[in-house]
Design a protein. Structure first.
Length: 335
């Protein structure tokens, strides 16, 4: 029998966190609400070591680990079989998570997924292909809050927040008074989420500031392509830790970005964002917390949620340099 929310008591709680930067930021409101629901509990968060910097200074947590251990309650945010199996194997008596991926038997509290995806076939530019469709469009952050509401917590949204210092500013940026804006032109999910690099460079040349080019190890080639076209640029792609990336984003006047992890970091740090969306939907996974302008051309097949465009990349190609430049200047200098 599934325990009722009213019966939820716990002294030691394990949060099984998501494994991606963007998803981690989107679950931060739920972590805060969990702490409010259990103010005296010892709350441990489990996540990959590469994401520890995101949570290191979070006041709602007592501990961060890379593997589960015995607790009273596990709140399992990922949908994967493995995340539920690890908590079951650790002997945690109450395990709360969404249904899916053949894991119902591993959970004591099974929440139905409120947004199951369906598929449709579309024919565009002479090509027939399959795209994903969500019948109930609802931001991922609210879905995570459903887990806390099941335990009797508050499901009302609160903005995500990352706590960090400013050591990276002194390490990477020149000591002058020029305003700094950042570019993040990569997207680990796939090329369908990447606006062309030469267009990022063209926009940057029209905005008078010092540009900071960001990216992970896999974005170095794209970052170098952009940086070589800009004067007085600071290129830190592949050179920062996750905490240093957060510290740099916090210091920026604005971030120009694709739909990717640093976009979500900027939102949680309060940095204004101009975000370019292609294959994905801002309604489901848009940035939270900071002022944002979303540029998204809703073409016949959009959003498709594909990693690679099977036709002519029309959703991204129709977003022009002029459109993006105008969005930056409006957000930078609101009237």
């Amino acid at each position: 029998m599934t325990p009722s929310p009213a019966s939820a008591t716990a002294n030691r709680i394990l949060i099984r966190a998501t494994n991606w930067i963007g998803d981690a930021v989107m679950m931060m409101p739920a972590v805060q609400r969990l702490r409010e629901r259990f103010p005296s509990a010892h709350i441990t968060l489990q996540c990959p070591a590469k994401l520890h910097d995101l949570w290191r200074h979070n006041p709602h947590l007592n501990e961060i680990v890379t593997a589960p251990s015995r607790h009273d309650l596990a709140v399992i945010f990922p949908n994967s079989f493995r995340s539920a199996w690890e908590c079951w194997r650790a002997g945690i008596p109450r395990r709360v998570g969404f249904a899916g991926h053949w894991r119902r038997a591993l959970l004591t509290d099974v929440l139905p997924d409120p947004e199951p995806a369906t598929y449709r076939h579309v024919t565009v530019a002479g090509q027939r292909f399959k795209t994903k469709v969500f019948q109930n469009v609802r931001h991922q952050a609210h879905r995570y809050l459903d887990l806390i509401a099941h335990l009797g917590g508050n499901r009302e949204f609160v903005p995500p927040k990352i706590w960090c210092g400013d050591a990276a500013v002194k390490k990477f940026l020149p000591a002058d008074s020029r305003p700094v804006c950042a570019i993040n032109a990569g997207a680990e999910f796939g090329p369908a989420k990447r606006w062309p690099a030469d267009r990022f460079a063209a926009v940057a040349r029209q905005v008078d500031c010092r540009w900071l080019v960001l990216g992970g190890p896999g974005d170095v080639a794209i970052a170098n392509q952009i940086a070589t076209q800009l004067p007085d640029v600071v290129n830190v792609a592949g050179k920062t830790t996750l905490l240093e990336l957060c510290e740099l984003l916090k210091a920026c006047r604005l971030l120009l970005t694709n739909d990717t992890g640093p976009m979500h970091l900027a939102g949680a740090l309060g940095t204004p964002i101009v975000a370019i969306f292609g294959s994905t939907s801002a309604e489901l996974t848009g940035p939270l917390g900071a002022p944002v302008t979303i540029l998204h051309e809703l073409v016949e097949c959009s959003p498709c949620y594909l990693r690679e465009c099977p036709i002519d990349f029309r959703c991204m190609n129709r977003i022009t340099v002029e459109m993006v430049t105008e969005a930056i200047l409006k957000l930078w200098n609101p009237k």
